[in-house]
Ligand binder design. Structure first.
Ligand SMILES: Cc1ncc(COP(=O)(O)O)c(C=O)c1O
Length: 384
């Protein structure tokens, strides 16, 4: 426990919950796009038609019909899995915790992108992982660097977020995904592919998950309904090769017996009674507009020394400031001007990273994005 740090984001979120603050800090979806009425109708239907089953304990693997739905969905994305390979979890965050329990002893090495998802760092640090960064560029991690890293560090797994990565927004190129799967097969490398944002693409062609190329069964693939339906449901899943699946299942049982029977049934009823593609299209359109507004305002207002990524989907972009920028100090001043973001430092498992900012664009209207970026840019221009 002594090695664990509290999450800066969670601390900041307490402040940024005040309505007068324009917050680019949290990873929150747009609440106005939550399908509240449709979920209420689904909940009514579940309680009316199968209330006793929905309020009863259920199987640890998950509600069978929902597992079927997820397997079909994954088949559409080019991943050949059956419902028997789908474990429903309490958000995809639980997958990270269970995978850490399954694979890690104290001091074991995990390969990650650098920076990477803050709460994955926390999940793996809880089991005293050592982090070794994989070199990356604007097409994601560079698979050619892996054989040497594997030889030197004997990692227990590689953790990667191939689509619209959190925090950078960068997407792993298709040719790198197939190469990654091949290298994993040749070097017996386990991959944890974390894909919460894959369906939030507002520009460019879809790319299949790494799991699509995983003939050797080296990839555990995790995703979630948090960004496509609502995070409050806490519904995610993992598909894993047989042996890992059965171990994850035991760990899940020890941890919480099973994911909420009620929530799973409500989600399944909601998904099958509504036009999910149309709902996703609304989210994608809104996020695409919000990204465009953030990008255009940054372009018009930020000093020349600042650069940022141009993600084709997801909820974040990543700003690189001048080397001497102190993101945490900037945040303190930004909060005085009622705008917030997450300083990049916490996304780096090792040293460095203080001159970066993560900006979320899904959770503010275009008007507030324009105003918030103006405030932030004014502050950046005033820096010595
Ligand atoms: C990369 C990544 N993985 C996992 C999660 C966890 O999502 P959930 O537990 O809501 O499925 C998030 C949430 O922001 C994320 O960004």
């Amino acid at each position: 426990m002594r090695q664990l740090r509290p999450s800066t984001i969670r601390e900041i979120l307490k402040v940024t919950a005040q309505p007068e603050i324009i917050s680019f800090a949290g990873g929150l979806p747009a609440p106005e796009l939550f399908p509240v009425e449709a979920v209420r109708a689904a909940a009514d239907e579940v309680l009316a038609q199968s209330g006793r089953e929905a309020l009863q304990y259920g199987p640890s693997e998950g509600f069978p019909a929902l597992r079927e739905w997820i397997a079909e969905e994954m088949q559409h994305r080019g991943v050949a899995v059956s419902a028997a390979e789908v474990l429903v979890t309490n958000g995809s965050q639980q997958v990270l915790d269970l995978a850490a329990k399954l694979f890690l002893n104290a001091g074991d090495v995990v390969l990650t992108e650098n920076p990477t998802y803050l709460a994955a760092i926390q999940a793996f640090q809880t089991f005293e992982a050592r982090f070794v960064p994989v070199p990356t560029d604007n097409k994601g991690l560079i698979p050619e660097t892996l054989p040497e890293l594997i030889r030197r560090h004997h990692p227990k797994f590689l953790y990667t977020i191939p689509n619209f990565q959190n925090p950078t927004g960068v997407t792993l190129a298709a040719e790198r995904r197939s190469l990654l799967a091949r290298i994993a097969a040749e070097h017996a490398l386990t991959i944890i592919e974390d894909d919460p944002y894959g369906k939030l693409r507002y520009r460019g062609p879809d790319i299949p998950p790494v799991k699509h190329w995983d003939e050797a069964g080296r990839v555990l693939y995790a995703s979630t309904f948090s960004k496509t339906v609502a995070p409050g449901l806490r519904l995610g899943w993992v598909t894993a090769p047989k042996e890992e699946f059965s171990r994850l299942l035991i760990l899940k049982q020890a941890s919480d017996l099973h994911t909420s029977s009620f929530d799973q049934r409500v989600a399944f009823t909601y998904l099958t009674r509504n036009d999910q593609p149309a709902h996703l299209e609304r989210i994608r359109r809104a996020y695409g507009e919000r990204f465009a507004m953030m990008d255009a305002t940054l372009g018009a207002e930020m000093p020349a020394a600042y650069e940022w990524t141009h993600p084709e989907g997801g909820m974040f972009l990543w700003v690189t400031g001048p080397a001497e920028l102190d993101g945490l100090a900037l945040l303190e001043r930004a909060i005085e001007r009622q705008v917030a973001f997450v300083p990049g430092r916490d996304f780096f498992p090792a040293e460095g990273g203080s001159n970066y900012l993560r900006l979320n664009f899904s959770n503010s209207s275009p008007e507030r994005i324009r105003e918030g970026v103006r405030r932030l840019a004014t502050l950046c221009r005033e820096l010595p």
